[in-house]
Write a protein that binds this ligand. Structure first.
Ligand code: AMP
Ligand code: MN
Ligand code: MN
Ligand code: MN
Length: 276
């Protein structure tokens, strides 16, 4: 039987809802054999996940999902197989978390002006790790009746152009890749289909990413469809990039992004795990 890989997932250490050991146990139950934990800008869950993985007989790939700014847009770059205690990487991620915190303060001020009270304590109450995410603000907005669900909270308040949106300058693409390399990892572009960019810009991104030493792209992710998978499979091959797959699992509430429930992996692609 084919090995089931899921190389993109989150815990309470960032904006997920399970602890690292709950995540690993759930992945094992879902039949995942190789799981990457890739919290946003933080690696604190990896030690606990490793213990649970050893108990469950599942292979854990230490990872991270780094917030990047490229040409004025936010991108997510996954680091796979990182030494999570590497000095360069940990210092870089600490800087990103500081920026997140500063952004959080501004989000609170803006939400207050839009009539949303107690956003700092509300969002912080949902944050169990070291990062403050827009997801935590979204939960507060739902909690206080400002939005019916998380998706609507984003749409109404937290996306570009809305009252609670604050743009943030994350790390540059090349620097992010250099952190991942310093930590011995492979860099992978997360969910390439989710960035609002035309095909010319996407090609420029893939070229720059590859030239900077990027390894692969997530050809199969969460809830993408056949057309998207085929598009990114072609692009991966054209640009000489490896293919990854991951659910982007955040918690059982998001039943459409369950661990290990991924579409078929295109045979034409070379998997990012080819030399693991
Ligand atoms: P941040 O990195 O704090 O800006 O938050 C980004 C996170 O918010 C992503 O990793 C997703 O988990 C979540 N997110 C972004 N856009 C949406 C959306 N439209 N609906 C639900 N969750 C979203
Ligand atoms: Mn997230
Ligand atoms: Mn992401
Ligand atoms: Mn993610």
């Amino acid at each position: 039987m084919r090995t089931i890989y899921d190389l993109h997932s989150h815990t309470l250490e960032s904006d997920g809802t399970l602890t690292p050991s709950e995540l690993v146990k759930r992945a094992a139950r879902m039949g995942v054999q190789v799981l990457a934990l890739t919290d946003h800008d933080v690696t604190n869950g990896i030690a606990e996940a490793q213990v649970a993985a050893d108990e469950s007989g599942l292979k854990l790939v230490p990872g991270v999902e780094v917030s990047v700014t490229w040409q004025g847009r936010t991108l997510h770059i996954i680091g796979l197989g990182i030494r999570h205690d590497d000095d360069v990487l940990t210092a870089g991620l600490a800087g990103l978390r500081k920026r997140r915190n500063e952004r959080g303060r501004e989000i609170v001020e803006r939400l207050e002006r839009a009539g949303v009270e107690d956003a700092w304590s509300g969002a912080s109450g949902y944050s169990h790790g070291e990062i403050l995410s827009r997801t935590h603000f979204a939960r507060h907005l739902v909690d206080t009746g400002h939005a019916r669900d998380i998706g609507k909270a984003f749409k109404k308040y937290l996306v570009r152009g809305k009252a609670g949106y604050v743009s943030c300058e994350w790390v540059g693409l090349e620097e992010c890749i250099s952190w991942i390399h310093a930590a011995g990892g492979q860099a992978v572009i997360a969910h390439p289909g989710r960035y609002p960019m035309g095909s010319g810009t996407m090609r420029r991104l893939l070229g720059e990413f590859r030239d900077a030493g990027g390894a692969g792209i997530e050809v199969v992710c969460g809830n993408n469809n056949k057309v998207e998978i085929e598009r990114f499979a072609r692009l991966a091959n054209e640009f000489g990039l490896l293919a990854s797959c991951g659910s982007d699992f955040h918690g059982p509430e998001q039943h459409w992004r369950e661990l290990g429930r991924l579409s078929w992996f295109p045979e034409t692609c070379t998997p990012v795990w080819q030399h693991w």
